[in-house]
Design a protein around this ligand. Structure first.
Ligand code: PLP
Length: 390
C-alpha cells in the first residue's frame, strides 16, 4: 500500500467563517461575470488616490539604499516623532516618541496581534458587536473568548458598560472600542470615554481604542481616547494612515499610549515581523506633517457623497441616521428582508452592492452598511436604481 500524503487545517482556522469581505468579493465577481453594471458601495477602501505630495516623498525615499535594509522594529525615530507632533497638533496630546509610539504594518496588524501579548487561553476580551471582525478573530487566535458588547441604536451605538456582568469584567483582559465607529458611524461623547477609563481602571482591563476614522468627520472634530485623563494609564490607541490619507495599500499605521502595553505588543511583533519598509515611513512623515487644511478637500468629497446618499435613502423611506463621521451609512433593512436578503435583492435587482450588517457580528443583523467610496455620480445613480426596486 502506498502512503497517501494528507494534512488538515488547524482547529483555530478550520471552522472560521470565510472573511466577510472575501465572500462579498465573490458575490461581486459573480455579478460582474454575469454582466451586471455594478455600483460597489460595500468596501471601506477609499477610491480617491493618495495625495501627490506623499507619492513624491515615497519616490524619493525608495532611491535611498539606506532604506533597503531591515527597518527598526519599533519604527524610525523620525516617524515616531512625526506621530507625536501630529497628536500634539491635532489632539493636544503629548507623547514620548521613544516609548509611547509604535509603528505597525497597518493598524489591522497591531489589532490582530495584541491579544497574543495579553490574553491567555480561556481569558475574556470585550468586543463591540457590530464591529471590525479582527477584534474577535485576533482574540480567538490567542485562545481567548470574546464577550460581545451590543451596540444599539437607542444607546447611540455605545456599549452599556454598566450592564456587563461583574464576573465577565473580572475575567476580561482587553476591551476593544472604535469611535468614530465602523460600521455604525457613531461618534463617542467624552462622557462615554471617561466611563470606559473608569471601568477599565477598576477591573484592570487594557483598553484598545481603534481611532482609524478620527479625520473623516463632517462638522465637529472627533476626540482621541488619549485626550481623556487616565487613558494613557489603562490603554492604547490604534491609528492608521489608511483612511485619513487614502493609503490603504501602503500598509502603515501606529499605536500610541501606555508604554508597558506597547512594549508587550512590540515583543510579539519583534518575534513575528520586521517592521515597515522605511521608504513608506518616510512618506508617512510627509503625510503626518501635511497641513490639516490640505485634508479638507477629502472631507468635502465625502460630505457631498454623504448628503446625496443620505437624502436619497431618506426619500425612499429608509431608516438611518446622518453620519457625523466615517464614510459609512448604517441603514435599517426594510421589511420583509434580513441583512443578507436585502443585500442580495439590491445586487440582483439594482446592481448595487452594500455589506450585510450581520457580517460585523450578530448585533448587526437587520442593518446594511453603505460605504461612500464611489463617485457622487455613481452614488446618485445608485439611489435612482434603488428607487425603482423599493
Ligand atoms: C480600515 C480599518 C482598520 C484597518 O486599517 P489599516 O491601518 O489599513 O490596517 C482598522 N479598524 C477599522 C475599524 C477599520 O475600518
Amino acid at each position: 500500500m502506498k502512503k497517501r500524503f494528507s494534512f488538515e487545517l488547524a482547529a483555530r482556522i478550520k471552522h472560521l467563517p470565510p472573511y466577510l469581505f472575501a465572500s462579498i468579493d465573490k458575490m461581486k465577481q459573480d455579478a460582474i461575470r454575469k454582466g451586471t453594471d455594478l455600483i460597489d458601495l460595500s468596501i471601506g477602501d477609499p477610491d480617491i488616490p493618495t495625495p501627490a505630495k506623499i507619492v513624491k516623498a515615497m519616490k524619493k525615499a525608495v532611491e535611498n539604499p539606506a532604506h533597503h535594509r531591515y527597518p527598526s522594529y519599533e519604527g524610525m525615530i523620525s516617524f515616531r516623532e512625526a506621530v507625536a507632533r501630529w497628536y500634539k497638533t491635532r489632539f493636544r496630546v503629548a507623547l514620548d516618541p521613544k516609548s509611547e509610539v509604535l509603528s505597525l504594518i497597518g493598524s489591522k496588524e497591531g489589532i490582530g496581534h495584541i491579544p497574543l501579548a495579553f490574553v491567555n487561553p480561556g481569558d475574556t476580551v470585550l468586543v463591540p458587536s457590530p464591529g471590525y471582525p479582527v477584534y474577535p478573530i485576533g482574540t480567538l487566535f490567542a485562545g481567548g473568548q470574546s464577550h460581545m458588547m451590543p451596540l444599539k441604536e437607542e444607546n447611540g451605538f455605545l456599549p452599556e458598560l454598566d450592564r456587563i456582568p461583574q464576573k465577565v469584567l473580572r475575567q476580561s483582559k482587553l476591551m476593544f472600542l472604535n469611535y468614530p465607529n465602523n460600521p455604525t458611524s457613531a461618534v463617542a461623547p467624552r462622557a462615554f470615554f471617561e466611563e470606559a477609563v473608569g471601568t477599565a481602571f477598576r477591573h484592570n482591563i487594557v483598553v484598545c481604542h481603534d481611532a482609524s476614522y478620527t479625520e473623516i468627520y463632517y462638522d465637529r472634530k472627533p476626540l482621541s481616547f488619549m485626550q481623556i485623563p487616565g487613558a494613557k494609564d489603562i490603554g492604547i490607541e490604534f491609528h492608521s494612515l489608511s483612511k485619513t490619507y487614502n493609503m490603504t495599500g501602503w500598509r502603515i499605521g501606529f499605536a500610541v499610549g501606555n508604554r508597558e502595553v506597547l512594549a508587550g505588543l512590540g515583543k510579539v511583533k519583534t518575534n513575528l515581523d520586521s517592521g515597515v519598509f522605511q521608504a513608506v515611513q518616510e512618506a508617512a512623515v510627509t503625510a503626518l506633517d501635511m497641513d490639516t487644511a490640505e485634508l479638507s478637500g477629502i472631507r468635502d468629497t465625502y460630505r457631498e457623497r454623504r448628503d446625496i446618499l443620505y437624502s436619497g435613502l431618506k426619500k425612499l423611506g429608509m431608516n438611518l441616521i446622518k453620519p457625523q463621521a466615517t464614510f459609512y451609512l448604517w441603514v435599517k433593512v426594510p421589511a420583509p428582508f434580513d441583512s443578507m436578503g436585502f443585500v442580495t435583492h439590491m445586487l440582483n435587482k439594482a446592481g448595487v452592492l452594500a455589506t450585510p450588517g450581520n457580517g460585523f457580528g450578530a448585533s448587526g443583523e437587520g442593518y446594511v452598511r453603505f460605504a461612500l467610496t464611489a463617485s457622487a455620480g455613481k452614488i446618485n445613480e445608485a439611489v435612482g436604481r434603488l428607487r425603482r426596486i423599493l
